[in-house]
Design a protein around this ligand. Sequence first.
Ligand code: ZN
Ligand code: FE
Length: 260
Amino acid sequence: MYRIDALPAFSDNYIWLLQDTTTRRCAVVDPGDAQPVLDWLAAHPDWRLDDILVTHHHPDHVGGVTRLKDATGARVSGPAWENIPSRDVALDDGARIEVLGRDFVVHAVPGHTLGHIAYYQAEEGWLFSGDTLFAAGCGRLFEGTPQQMNASLQRLAALPDSTRVYCAHEYTLSNLHFARAAEPGNTAVAQRFEEVSAWRAAGRISLPSTIGLEKATNPFLRCGETSIKEKIDERDGARQRTDDEVFAALRGWKDQFKVT
Ligand code: ZN
Ligand code: FE
């Protein structure tokens, strides 16, 4: 039996804690801070941390890796093309890695950073998407091009609708403010906005999402839709645009969008 919990870190990061309740072994994804994980392990002395999975090199994702590895002896896996502290296993596109008795497939998803990877477990339907696919949004383009990010997102969108999406930040509500502006006529977006507003007001986490829900409500997965294309026409002038160009315009708009 598996269980996945979010350990909050900093102001809006989540460190995902994957637990095998049969063997009492666990794994964490993107421990930007070691302390929340060490606190959990101290409160659960009969559990062992086997694996640390890293999606990309940003400090809020790797800051706790070395301290955690030194304290527990856990194996550190991360993207092959980025500088990851204390990395034991370098993962490239299509790599497979066994974690807690389950086979994970690595998807290279450049855009937010050039070496960013996502971890997918097909039988359980888990996707750890880091800062690439967020609930109702996507990561900023710090290193990659809009084309790269759009292709990365399309690749994740092709996973089964029931796949649960565990992303690394609680950005859902602010993303939905933007999604409403991008698609004022999308009733699924309006409904999700109400739902997530209520959850956040009650202090509840908005994750995980699912690929199906993201395809219905995440504007960055919907650049081929007429509604999004028309909105970009309205803002930037009507012309023929490829989906990559629509994505680039949408991402540029979001970069300077203020939640009011
Ligand atoms: Zn990042
Ligand atoms: Fe981040």
